[in-house]
Design a protein around this ligand. Structure first.
Ligand SMILES: Cc1cc2nc3c(=O)[nH]c(=O)nc-3n(C[C@H](O)[C@H](O)[C@H](O)COP(=O)(O)O)c2cc1C
Length: 458
Protein backbone atom coordinates (compact mmCIF):
# COMPACT_ATOMS: atom_id res chain seq x y z
CA UNK A 1 0.00 0.00 0.00
CA UNK A 2 1.40 3.39 -1.00
CA UNK A 3 0.75 6.39 1.20
CA UNK A 4 -0.37 9.42 -0.79
CA UNK A 5 1.57 11.77 1.44
CA UNK A 6 2.98 12.19 4.93
CA UNK A 7 -0.45 13.09 6.32
CA UNK A 8 -1.95 9.79 5.19
CA UNK A 9 0.88 7.95 6.96
CA UNK A 10 0.20 9.96 10.12
CA UNK A 11 -3.51 9.03 9.95
CA UNK A 12 -2.50 5.38 9.58
CA UNK A 13 -0.30 5.63 12.69
CA UNK A 14 -2.96 7.48 14.65
CA UNK A 15 -5.44 4.65 14.03
CA UNK A 16 -2.87 2.27 15.53
CA UNK A 17 -2.16 4.49 18.55
CA UNK A 18 1.34 5.04 17.22
CA UNK A 19 1.12 8.82 16.84
CA UNK A 20 0.96 10.81 20.05
CA UNK A 21 -0.41 14.34 19.58
CA UNK A 22 1.35 16.50 22.18
CA UNK A 23 -0.68 19.65 22.82
CA UNK A 24 1.39 20.87 25.78
CA UNK A 25 3.46 23.96 24.87
CA UNK A 26 6.98 22.89 23.85
CA UNK A 27 10.13 24.72 22.84
CA UNK A 28 12.08 24.22 19.60
CA UNK A 29 15.20 24.45 21.74
CA UNK A 30 15.96 20.93 23.04
CA UNK A 31 12.45 20.05 24.27
CA UNK A 32 11.15 18.52 21.02
CA UNK A 33 14.45 16.64 20.65
CA UNK A 34 14.19 15.45 24.27
CA UNK A 35 10.72 14.01 23.61
CA UNK A 36 11.99 12.39 20.40
CA UNK A 37 14.94 10.86 22.25
CA UNK A 38 12.73 9.41 24.93
CA UNK A 39 10.18 7.95 22.55
CA UNK A 40 12.84 6.13 20.54
CA UNK A 41 14.42 4.81 23.77
CA UNK A 42 10.99 3.48 24.77
CA UNK A 43 10.23 2.14 21.27
CA UNK A 44 7.30 4.52 21.58
CA UNK A 45 5.05 6.45 19.20
CA UNK A 46 5.77 9.18 16.68
CA UNK A 47 5.07 12.64 18.09
CA UNK A 48 3.09 15.51 16.62
CA UNK A 49 3.62 18.74 18.58
CA UNK A 50 0.69 21.07 17.96
CA UNK A 51 1.64 23.85 20.40
CA UNK A 52 5.15 24.99 19.53
CA UNK A 53 6.21 28.11 21.39
CA UNK A 54 6.55 31.05 18.99
CA UNK A 55 5.33 29.21 15.88
CA UNK A 56 2.07 28.46 14.13
CA UNK A 57 3.36 25.28 12.49
CA UNK A 58 3.08 21.91 14.19
CA UNK A 59 6.28 19.87 14.39
CA UNK A 60 6.57 16.15 13.75
CA UNK A 61 9.30 14.35 15.72
CA UNK A 62 10.43 10.77 16.22
CA UNK A 63 8.57 9.47 13.16
CA UNK A 64 11.36 7.03 12.23
CA UNK A 65 12.43 6.27 15.81
CA UNK A 66 11.06 2.70 15.72
CA UNK A 67 11.89 -0.11 13.31
CA UNK A 68 8.22 -1.04 12.89
CA UNK A 69 7.50 2.36 11.35
CA UNK A 70 10.27 1.87 8.77
CA UNK A 71 8.58 -1.39 7.78
CA UNK A 72 5.14 0.26 7.73
CA UNK A 73 6.47 3.14 5.65
CA UNK A 74 7.33 0.58 2.97
CA UNK A 75 4.20 -1.54 3.42
CA UNK A 76 6.29 -4.45 4.77
CA UNK A 77 6.26 -6.71 7.82
CA UNK A 78 9.11 -6.57 10.28
CA UNK A 79 9.76 -10.30 9.74
CA UNK A 80 12.18 -10.94 6.90
CA UNK A 81 12.43 -7.16 6.45
CA UNK A 82 15.90 -7.10 4.89
CA UNK A 83 15.09 -9.59 2.11
CA UNK A 84 11.78 -7.90 1.33
CA UNK A 85 13.51 -4.53 1.29
CA UNK A 86 16.18 -5.79 -1.15
CA UNK A 87 13.43 -6.92 -3.54
CA UNK A 88 11.70 -3.54 -3.30
CA UNK A 89 14.89 -1.58 -3.85
CA UNK A 90 15.30 -3.23 -7.26
CA UNK A 91 11.85 -2.29 -8.61
CA UNK A 92 12.44 1.02 -10.35
CA UNK A 93 9.45 3.12 -11.37
CA UNK A 94 9.75 6.37 -13.29
CA UNK A 95 8.42 9.43 -11.45
CA UNK A 96 5.53 11.37 -12.98
CA UNK A 97 5.80 15.09 -13.64
CA UNK A 98 2.56 16.88 -12.74
CA UNK A 99 1.60 20.51 -13.35
CA UNK A 100 0.64 21.41 -9.80
CA UNK A 101 0.57 20.01 -6.29
CA UNK A 102 -0.26 20.86 -2.68
CA UNK A 103 3.33 22.00 -2.01
CA UNK A 104 2.53 25.09 -4.11
CA UNK A 105 -0.38 26.22 -1.94
CA UNK A 106 1.80 28.88 -0.28
CA UNK A 107 4.80 30.49 -1.99
CA UNK A 108 7.35 32.78 -0.32
CA UNK A 109 9.65 34.69 -2.64
CA UNK A 110 11.83 37.81 -2.36
CA UNK A 111 11.36 39.64 0.94
CA UNK A 112 8.84 37.04 2.12
CA UNK A 113 11.61 34.48 2.47
CA UNK A 114 12.37 34.08 6.15
CA UNK A 115 13.80 30.86 7.52
CA UNK A 116 13.22 32.15 11.06
CA UNK A 117 9.50 31.59 10.47
CA UNK A 118 10.13 27.82 10.33
CA UNK A 119 10.28 25.97 13.68
CA UNK A 120 13.82 24.71 13.09
CA UNK A 121 14.97 22.63 16.04
CA UNK A 122 18.05 22.86 18.25
CA UNK A 123 18.68 19.23 19.14
CA UNK A 124 21.79 18.95 21.32
CA UNK A 125 23.42 20.91 24.12
CA UNK A 126 26.53 21.92 22.15
CA UNK A 127 24.96 22.31 18.70
CA UNK A 128 26.04 25.42 16.78
CA UNK A 129 22.38 26.40 16.45
CA UNK A 130 19.11 25.24 14.93
CA UNK A 131 19.57 22.60 12.22
CA UNK A 132 17.21 21.34 9.54
CA UNK A 133 17.67 17.57 9.89
CA UNK A 134 14.64 16.14 8.09
CA UNK A 135 15.15 17.62 4.63
CA UNK A 136 15.80 15.62 1.47
CA UNK A 137 18.15 17.46 -0.85
CA UNK A 138 17.39 17.06 -4.54
CA UNK A 139 19.94 18.19 -7.13
CA UNK A 140 21.05 17.30 -10.65
CA UNK A 141 24.49 15.87 -11.41
CA UNK A 142 26.02 17.98 -14.22
CA UNK A 143 27.94 15.01 -15.65
CA UNK A 144 25.29 12.26 -15.90
CA UNK A 145 22.32 14.64 -15.87
CA UNK A 146 20.68 12.38 -13.28
CA UNK A 147 18.79 13.60 -10.24
CA UNK A 148 20.21 12.76 -6.81
CA UNK A 149 18.28 12.62 -3.54
CA UNK A 150 19.85 12.35 -0.08
CA UNK A 151 19.54 13.89 3.39
CA UNK A 152 21.99 16.44 4.73
CA UNK A 153 21.83 18.57 7.84
CA UNK A 154 21.60 22.34 7.33
CA UNK A 155 22.60 24.96 9.89
CA UNK A 156 20.45 28.09 9.98
CA UNK A 157 22.78 31.03 9.24
CA UNK A 158 20.32 33.89 8.66
CA UNK A 159 16.88 34.52 7.14
CA UNK A 160 17.93 33.21 3.70
CA UNK A 161 21.16 31.23 4.16
CA UNK A 162 21.88 27.69 5.32
CA UNK A 163 24.90 25.41 5.29
CA UNK A 164 24.62 22.07 3.45
CA UNK A 165 26.70 19.39 5.16
CA UNK A 166 27.55 17.34 2.06
CA UNK A 167 31.16 16.24 2.50
CA UNK A 168 33.34 15.02 -0.33
CA UNK A 169 32.54 11.41 -1.18
CA UNK A 170 28.82 11.91 -0.64
CA UNK A 171 27.13 12.21 -4.01
CA UNK A 172 25.79 15.70 -3.27
CA UNK A 173 29.33 16.71 -2.25
CA UNK A 174 30.62 15.43 -5.61
CA UNK A 175 27.84 17.26 -7.49
CA UNK A 176 28.65 20.54 -5.74
CA UNK A 177 32.35 20.18 -6.53
CA UNK A 178 31.59 19.33 -10.18
CA UNK A 179 29.63 22.59 -10.54
CA UNK A 180 32.34 24.48 -8.69
CA UNK A 181 34.94 23.17 -11.16
CA UNK A 182 33.20 25.57 -13.59
CA UNK A 183 32.53 28.23 -10.91
CA UNK A 184 28.82 27.39 -11.07
CA UNK A 185 26.28 27.24 -8.23
CA UNK A 186 24.40 24.02 -7.48
CA UNK A 187 20.62 24.28 -7.53
CA UNK A 188 19.28 22.35 -4.56
CA UNK A 189 15.71 21.81 -3.40
CA UNK A 190 15.20 20.59 0.17
CA UNK A 191 11.91 18.75 0.67
CA UNK A 192 10.71 18.47 4.27
CA UNK A 193 7.86 16.19 5.30
CA UNK A 194 7.66 13.84 2.32
CA UNK A 195 5.65 10.64 1.92
CA UNK A 196 7.51 7.96 3.93
CA UNK A 197 8.74 5.57 1.17
CA UNK A 198 10.42 8.53 -0.53
CA UNK A 199 12.14 9.40 2.74
CA UNK A 200 13.47 5.85 3.15
CA UNK A 201 14.50 5.69 -0.54
CA UNK A 202 16.65 8.81 -0.02
CA UNK A 203 18.92 6.58 2.07
CA UNK A 204 19.66 4.12 -0.79
CA UNK A 205 23.17 4.23 -2.10
CA UNK A 206 23.01 3.46 -5.83
CA UNK A 207 25.95 4.66 -7.94
CA UNK A 208 25.84 8.35 -8.88
CA UNK A 209 23.66 8.55 -11.98
CA UNK A 210 20.74 6.55 -10.55
CA UNK A 211 17.77 8.66 -9.49
CA UNK A 212 16.44 7.67 -6.04
CA UNK A 213 12.98 8.91 -7.12
CA UNK A 214 12.79 5.81 -9.36
CA UNK A 215 13.61 3.66 -6.34
CA UNK A 216 11.00 5.49 -4.26
CA UNK A 217 8.41 4.79 -6.97
CA UNK A 218 9.33 1.10 -6.98
CA UNK A 219 9.07 0.96 -3.22
CA UNK A 220 5.66 2.61 -3.31
CA UNK A 221 4.41 0.56 -6.25
CA UNK A 222 3.23 3.89 -7.71
CA UNK A 223 5.22 6.68 -9.34
CA UNK A 224 6.28 9.60 -7.17
CA UNK A 225 4.53 12.72 -8.45
CA UNK A 226 6.91 15.62 -8.96
CA UNK A 227 6.36 19.33 -9.63
CA UNK A 228 8.83 21.86 -10.94
CA UNK A 229 10.35 24.31 -8.50
CA UNK A 230 9.56 28.03 -8.74
CA UNK A 231 13.06 29.45 -9.02
CA UNK A 232 15.40 26.56 -9.88
CA UNK A 233 15.43 23.78 -12.48
CA UNK A 234 14.72 20.95 -10.03
CA UNK A 235 11.60 18.82 -9.47
CA UNK A 236 10.25 18.01 -6.00
CA UNK A 237 7.58 15.70 -4.54
CA UNK A 238 4.23 17.40 -5.17
CA UNK A 239 2.88 16.46 -1.74
CA UNK A 240 5.88 17.53 0.37
CA UNK A 241 4.93 19.69 3.34
CA UNK A 242 7.65 22.31 2.74
CA UNK A 243 10.26 22.87 0.01
CA UNK A 244 13.24 25.21 0.34
CA UNK A 245 14.69 26.16 -3.04
CA UNK A 246 18.19 27.57 -3.31
CA UNK A 247 21.56 27.83 -4.98
CA UNK A 248 24.96 27.29 -3.42
CA UNK A 249 27.34 30.23 -3.58
CA UNK A 250 30.30 28.78 -5.52
CA UNK A 251 33.38 28.26 -3.34
CA UNK A 252 31.73 29.92 -0.30
CA UNK A 253 32.14 27.92 2.90
CA UNK A 254 30.90 28.54 6.44
CA UNK A 255 31.57 26.95 9.80
CA UNK A 256 29.24 24.00 10.33
CA UNK A 257 29.11 22.31 13.73
CA UNK A 258 29.30 21.32 16.42
CA UNK A 259 26.34 19.02 15.83
CA UNK A 260 25.33 15.90 17.74
CA UNK A 261 25.77 13.11 15.22
CA UNK A 262 24.89 9.45 14.68
CA UNK A 263 27.97 7.99 16.47
CA UNK A 264 26.51 9.54 19.63
CA UNK A 265 29.33 12.10 19.67
CA UNK A 266 29.65 15.62 18.29
CA UNK A 267 30.77 16.38 14.79
CA UNK A 268 33.03 19.38 15.47
CA UNK A 269 33.38 22.53 13.36
CA UNK A 270 33.95 21.83 9.66
CA UNK A 271 33.63 23.93 6.52
CA UNK A 272 30.42 23.38 4.58
CA UNK A 273 28.97 24.87 1.37
CA UNK A 274 26.52 27.76 1.79
CA UNK A 275 23.07 27.78 0.20
CA UNK A 276 21.22 30.99 -0.64
CA UNK A 277 17.48 30.45 -0.47
CA UNK A 278 15.53 31.61 -3.54
CA UNK A 279 12.01 30.51 -2.56
CA UNK A 280 10.09 28.55 0.07
CA UNK A 281 6.88 26.78 -0.91
CA UNK A 282 4.53 24.82 1.32
CA UNK A 283 1.13 23.31 1.84
CA UNK A 284 -1.62 25.11 3.72
CA UNK A 285 -1.07 24.43 7.44
CA UNK A 286 2.25 22.69 6.80
CA UNK A 287 3.83 20.20 9.19
CA UNK A 288 7.52 20.79 9.88
CA UNK A 289 9.49 17.56 10.45
CA UNK A 290 12.59 17.12 12.62
CA UNK A 291 14.60 13.88 12.40
CA UNK A 292 16.73 13.03 15.42
CA UNK A 293 20.35 11.86 15.25
CA UNK A 294 22.55 11.09 18.29
CA UNK A 295 23.19 7.96 20.33
CA UNK A 296 22.07 4.76 18.61
CA UNK A 297 19.36 3.72 18.07
CA UNK A 298 17.19 6.57 16.96
CA UNK A 299 15.67 7.95 13.74
CA UNK A 300 18.84 8.47 11.74
CA UNK A 301 20.02 4.91 12.46
CA UNK A 302 16.74 3.21 11.62
CA UNK A 303 16.39 5.22 8.42
CA UNK A 304 19.86 4.27 7.17
CA UNK A 305 20.06 0.73 8.48
CA UNK A 306 18.23 -1.18 5.73
CA UNK A 307 19.95 0.47 2.78
CA UNK A 308 23.45 -0.05 4.19
CA UNK A 309 22.76 -3.61 5.40
CA UNK A 310 21.32 -4.43 1.96
CA UNK A 311 24.59 -3.36 0.31
CA UNK A 312 26.58 -5.45 2.80
CA UNK A 313 24.35 -8.50 2.30
CA UNK A 314 24.65 -8.35 -1.48
CA UNK A 315 28.45 -7.92 -1.34
CA UNK A 316 28.80 -10.88 1.03
CA UNK A 317 26.40 -12.98 -1.07
CA UNK A 318 28.63 -12.56 -4.14
CA UNK A 319 31.37 -14.35 -2.20
CA UNK A 320 29.30 -16.75 -0.14
CA UNK A 321 25.77 -17.59 -1.31
CA UNK A 322 25.38 -19.55 1.93
CA UNK A 323 25.27 -16.36 3.99
CA UNK A 324 22.74 -16.99 6.74
CA UNK A 325 22.28 -13.54 8.22
CA UNK A 326 23.91 -10.14 8.50
CA UNK A 327 23.53 -7.27 10.89
CA UNK A 328 24.86 -3.82 11.61
CA UNK A 329 25.00 -3.80 15.38
CA UNK A 330 23.39 -0.99 17.41
CA UNK A 331 26.53 -0.50 19.52
CA UNK A 332 28.46 -0.07 16.28
CA UNK A 333 26.12 2.87 15.58
CA UNK A 334 24.27 0.67 13.12
CA UNK A 335 26.98 1.69 10.67
CA UNK A 336 30.51 0.83 11.79
CA UNK A 337 30.22 -2.80 12.96
CA UNK A 338 28.92 -5.72 10.93
CA UNK A 339 28.35 -9.30 12.05
CA UNK A 340 27.82 -11.93 9.36
CA UNK A 341 26.91 -15.58 9.83
CA UNK A 342 27.71 -18.07 7.07
CA UNK A 343 27.87 -21.74 6.28
CA UNK A 344 31.57 -21.80 5.51
CA UNK A 345 32.68 -23.96 2.57
CA UNK A 346 36.26 -22.77 2.13
CA UNK A 347 38.68 -22.07 4.95
CA UNK A 348 39.50 -18.56 3.74
CA UNK A 349 36.05 -17.45 2.56
CA UNK A 350 35.61 -15.26 5.69
CA UNK A 351 38.71 -13.25 4.75
CA UNK A 352 37.20 -12.34 1.37
CA UNK A 353 33.95 -11.32 3.04
CA UNK A 354 35.83 -9.21 5.55
CA UNK A 355 37.89 -7.32 2.97
CA UNK A 356 34.91 -6.82 0.63
CA UNK A 357 32.73 -5.36 3.39
CA UNK A 358 35.48 -3.17 4.81
CA UNK A 359 36.08 -1.74 1.32
CA UNK A 360 32.38 -1.29 0.46
CA UNK A 361 31.36 2.34 0.59
CA UNK A 362 29.29 2.00 3.76
CA UNK A 363 31.73 2.99 6.48
CA UNK A 364 32.18 -0.38 8.23
CA UNK A 365 35.31 -0.44 10.41
CA UNK A 366 34.82 -3.85 12.05
CA UNK A 367 33.49 -7.02 10.41
CA UNK A 368 33.07 -10.23 12.38
CA UNK A 369 32.28 -13.45 10.51
CA UNK A 370 30.75 -16.30 12.53
CA UNK A 371 29.45 -19.77 11.78
CA UNK A 372 25.79 -20.44 11.12
CA UNK A 373 25.21 -21.84 14.63
CA UNK A 374 25.79 -18.38 16.17
CA UNK A 375 22.80 -16.11 16.76
CA UNK A 376 24.08 -12.75 15.53
CA UNK A 377 21.32 -10.91 17.41
CA UNK A 378 22.73 -12.18 20.70
CA UNK A 379 25.92 -10.25 21.62
CA UNK A 380 26.84 -12.97 24.14
CA UNK A 381 26.92 -15.62 21.41
CA UNK A 382 29.00 -13.41 19.10
CA UNK A 383 31.51 -12.71 21.85
CA UNK A 384 31.53 -16.41 22.74
CA UNK A 385 32.46 -17.24 19.13
CA UNK A 386 35.23 -14.62 19.21
CA UNK A 387 36.41 -16.10 22.49
CA UNK A 388 36.39 -19.78 21.54
CA UNK A 389 37.16 -19.70 17.79
CA UNK A 390 39.70 -16.89 17.37
CA UNK A 391 43.44 -16.69 17.69
CA UNK A 392 44.42 -13.08 17.09
CA UNK A 393 47.57 -13.63 15.04
CA UNK A 394 45.74 -16.03 12.71
CA UNK A 395 42.20 -14.66 12.55
CA UNK A 396 42.40 -10.88 12.88
CA UNK A 397 42.93 -8.77 9.76
CA UNK A 398 43.93 -5.13 10.16
CA UNK A 399 43.80 -2.79 7.18
CA UNK A 400 45.64 0.54 7.20
CA UNK A 401 43.76 3.85 7.00
CA UNK A 402 41.29 3.89 4.10
CA UNK A 403 38.54 6.19 2.84
CA UNK A 404 35.52 5.70 5.04
CA UNK A 405 32.37 7.86 4.93
CA UNK A 406 31.84 8.21 8.67
CA UNK A 407 31.94 10.75 11.48
CA UNK A 408 33.91 8.45 13.78
CA UNK A 409 35.65 10.71 16.33
CA UNK A 410 38.60 8.29 16.56
CA UNK A 411 39.36 8.67 12.82
CA UNK A 412 42.91 9.89 12.09
CA UNK A 413 41.52 12.32 9.48
CA UNK A 414 37.99 13.19 8.27
CA UNK A 415 36.27 10.47 6.20
CA UNK A 416 38.95 7.88 6.93
CA UNK A 417 39.47 4.89 9.18
CA UNK A 418 41.77 1.99 9.88
CA UNK A 419 39.76 -1.23 9.72
CA UNK A 420 39.59 -4.62 11.37
CA UNK A 421 38.11 -7.98 10.51
CA UNK A 422 37.73 -11.02 12.76
CA UNK A 423 37.23 -14.49 11.37
CA UNK A 424 35.39 -16.10 14.28
CA UNK A 425 34.51 -19.27 12.40
CA UNK A 426 35.76 -22.69 13.50
CA UNK A 427 38.22 -24.47 11.19
CA UNK A 428 36.52 -26.69 8.60
CA UNK A 429 36.37 -30.34 9.55
CA UNK A 430 36.83 -29.60 13.25
CA UNK A 431 33.25 -28.73 14.14
CA UNK A 432 33.09 -31.34 16.90
CA UNK A 433 36.00 -29.77 18.77
CA UNK A 434 34.22 -26.41 18.79
CA UNK A 435 30.67 -27.58 19.45
CA UNK A 436 28.86 -26.11 22.44
CA UNK A 437 28.00 -28.39 25.33
CA UNK A 438 24.43 -29.56 25.66
CA UNK A 439 22.40 -31.36 28.32
CA UNK A 440 19.64 -33.49 26.78
CA UNK A 441 16.30 -32.12 27.99
CA UNK A 442 17.55 -28.62 28.87
CA UNK A 443 14.98 -27.04 26.55
CA UNK A 444 12.02 -29.23 27.56
CA UNK A 445 8.94 -27.00 28.01
CA UNK A 446 7.81 -28.71 31.24
CA UNK A 447 11.04 -27.74 32.97
CA UNK A 448 10.72 -24.11 31.92
CA UNK A 449 7.05 -24.09 32.90
CA UNK A 450 7.71 -25.50 36.38
CA UNK A 451 10.46 -22.96 37.01
CA UNK A 452 8.39 -20.04 35.73
CA UNK A 453 5.45 -21.03 37.93
CA UNK A 454 7.68 -21.16 40.97
CA UNK A 455 9.24 -17.78 40.13
CA UNK A 456 5.78 -16.20 39.68
CA UNK A 457 4.85 -17.51 43.13
CA UNK A 458 2.24 -20.02 41.85
C1 LIG B 1 18.38 12.10 9.38
C2 LIG B 1 19.57 11.93 8.50
C3 LIG B 1 20.51 12.95 8.41
C4 LIG B 1 21.62 12.80 7.60
N1 LIG B 1 22.52 13.83 7.53
C5 LIG B 1 23.59 13.71 6.72
C6 LIG B 1 24.50 14.80 6.59
O1 LIG B 1 24.36 15.85 7.20
N2 LIG B 1 25.55 14.64 5.75
C7 LIG B 1 25.75 13.48 5.05
O2 LIG B 1 26.71 13.38 4.29
N3 LIG B 1 24.89 12.43 5.15
C8 LIG B 1 23.82 12.53 5.95
N4 LIG B 1 22.94 11.50 6.05
C9 LIG B 1 23.19 10.27 5.29
C10 LIG B 1 22.86 10.39 3.82
O3 LIG B 1 21.65 11.08 3.60
C11 LIG B 1 22.73 9.00 3.18
O4 LIG B 1 23.87 8.22 3.42
C12 LIG B 1 22.48 9.05 1.71
O5 LIG B 1 22.15 7.77 1.24
C13 LIG B 1 23.70 9.54 0.96
O6 LIG B 1 23.34 9.66 -0.36
P1 LIG B 1 24.35 9.51 -1.56
O7 LIG B 1 24.57 8.03 -1.73
O8 LIG B 1 23.57 10.11 -2.69
O9 LIG B 1 25.59 10.26 -1.23
C14 LIG B 1 21.81 11.62 6.86
C15 LIG B 1 20.87 10.60 6.95
C16 LIG B 1 19.75 10.75 7.76
C17 LIG B 1 18.75 9.64 7.83
Amino acid sequence: MAFKDLREFLDYLKERRDLFVVDREVSTEYEIAAFSRKTSDLDGPALLFTNVKGYEMPVLGGLYGARRRIAQALGLNEDNLLQEYIKKEKQLLEPKLVADGPVKEVVWKGDDIDLFKLPIITNFEKDAGPYITGGIQIARDPVSGARNCSMHRMLLLDRNHLTVYAPMGRQLGIIISRYEDNDQPTEIATAIGVEPATAIASQCRPPLGTDEMYIAGGMRGEPVELVKCETIDVEVPATAEIVIEGRTIPHRRADDGPFGEYPGTYSWVRQAPVLEVTAITMRQKPIYQNVLTGMPMTENHWMMDLAATAIAYQEAYKICPDIKDIRMTPGGTSRHHLVVSIKKRHEYEPRNIITALLAANIGAKLVIVVDEDIDIYNPLEVEWAVNTRVQAERDVIILPTMYSPTLDPSAPAPRSSSKMGIDATAPLGKREEYARVYTPGQDEPYITEMLMNYMKGN
